[in-house]
Design a protein around this ligand. Structure first.
Ligand code: SF4
Length: 375
């Protein structure tokens, strides 16, 4: 099993919190689409014999693609890779792009899952974030998708920002519950460097995020979704039974994936690669048949640390049984000490050498994982 990620590096506007790679000018769009197709051809030997079972268009904003562009890219994948008969084909989409006719055309081209960047149903919050859509588009696009026959939907929501009162957060969560959306990705607002929010905070034009508010809203979310039959299968992801994201789950299971497009990452179990995050240079590299890719071969220790981080973030937890024999004596003692500390604080639980985070532990996931890392 393997997956392909395609990065579409264009957005209509820059959201104030976003530090992904994207451009708001579209003048290189046609060359970039051609380069994506060429990169697919150039890297057709990336997988030995695995079949592609998931394709994921992320960004940026893949829903701005014209149908002919999408078709070119999908055809190139089918031409150059072995693709399983039944695949998950996800397209990240913004609400203002999701008119019924467009969704129907996406579906005809094989898209069978939409991941929609709703973030909030309130106009003032969407303006504050500099999103392109408004609250009514957020609601309408979900109806449009359901009426157009794509019911495998995921919705993104953000919590923990100054404008979001607990009442508004409960409205956002309950709106997606009422619409019976099968999959949710919910993130605490974080302030990334080189974003508009980071400079607003530096210049005292905006209050910093409040960690207590964020923790309270995260707990509310976990409780509401649990009551409504969602599995909290990854720290930021919730699914109705059978509706987990197959592509994203591959990342968390260490399954190989190939990333196509500027800034896209690839992983094959021992080596990470990432494409240059610059549209013009990316295009030039591909046109010269010399894709600008950096790579890092992971050490045994890095592989273990990565599996600790990923394992603790998932419902399956971190199974340390199989790696204990790779630990030095000092590392075993440090690991045991960390484990006992967090067990006594009830931030983790353990069963059959599998460690999982408790609900309280999930609030401190990255910190706990870092404490387990081998040094
Ligand atoms: S639409 Fe998505 S990728 Fe584009 S700026 Fe906004 S959050 Fe970032």
């Amino acid at each position: 099993m393997a997956g392909i990620y395609i990065h579409i590096p264009f957005c209509k506007k820059a959201c104030h919190y976003c530090n992904f790679h994207f451009s708001t000018t579209f003048n290189l769009k046609n060359e970039l689409i051609d380069s994506l197709v060429s990169e697919i051809e150039l890297r057709k030997s990336y997988f030995a014999s695995e079949k592609i079972e998931t394709i994921y268009f992320g960004g940026g904003t893949p829903s701005i693609l014209e149908l002919a562009d999408l078709e070119k890219i999908v055809n190139a994948i089918y031409k150059n890779f072995q693709v399983a008969e039944k695949i998950e084909l996800t397209l990240e989409a913004n609400p203002d792009d999701l008119q019924k006719e467009k969704i129907i055309a996406f579906a005809k081209m094989g898209v069978n899952r939409l991941s929609i960047g709703i973030q909030s149903f309130f106009d003032e919050d969407l303006l504050f974030m500099n999103r392109t859509h408004n609250g009514s588009e957020a609601v309408n696009c979900i109806h449009n998708a359901l009426e157009s026959g794509i019911d495998n939907l995921s919705v993104d929501l953000i919590f923990g920002y100054p404008l979001l009162s607990d009442e508004k957060w409960s409205h956002n969560v309950n709106t997606v519950l009422e619409m019976n959306i099968p999959h949710l990705s919910c993130y605490a607002m974080t302030i990334e460097p080189h974003t508009a929010f980071s400079s607003f905070i530096q210049n005292k034009k905006m209050a910093p995020m409040d960690a207590d508010q964020s923790a309270k809203q995260y707990e509310y979310l976990m409780n509401r979704l649990n009551e409504n039959g969602y599995e909290h299968y990854e720290i930021s992801n919730y699914a109705k039974p059978g509706k987990r994201a197959q592509h994203n789950s591959s990342y968390w299971k260490g399954i190989s994936y190939l990333g196509i497009g500027p800034s896209a990452h690839s992983y094959n179990g021992s080596c990470r690669q990432w494409n240059i995050a610059n549209n013009a240079n990316y295009i030039q590299g591909i046109q010269n048949k010399n894709p600008l890719i950096e790579l890092e071969v992971l050490t045994a220790e890095q592989i273990i640390n990565e599996s600790i981080m990923i394992g603790l973030r998932t419902i399956e937890g971190y199974n340390y049984e199989t790696v204990l024999n790779q630990f030095t004596e000092a590392q075993k003692v440090a690991f045991e000490n960390t484990k006992h500390q967090y067990l006594s604080q009830k931030l983790i639980r353990e069963s059959n050498q599998i460690i999982t985070l408790t609900q309280q532990g999930k609030l401190l996931a990255d910190h706990i994982a870092a404490d387990f890392f081998l040094v």
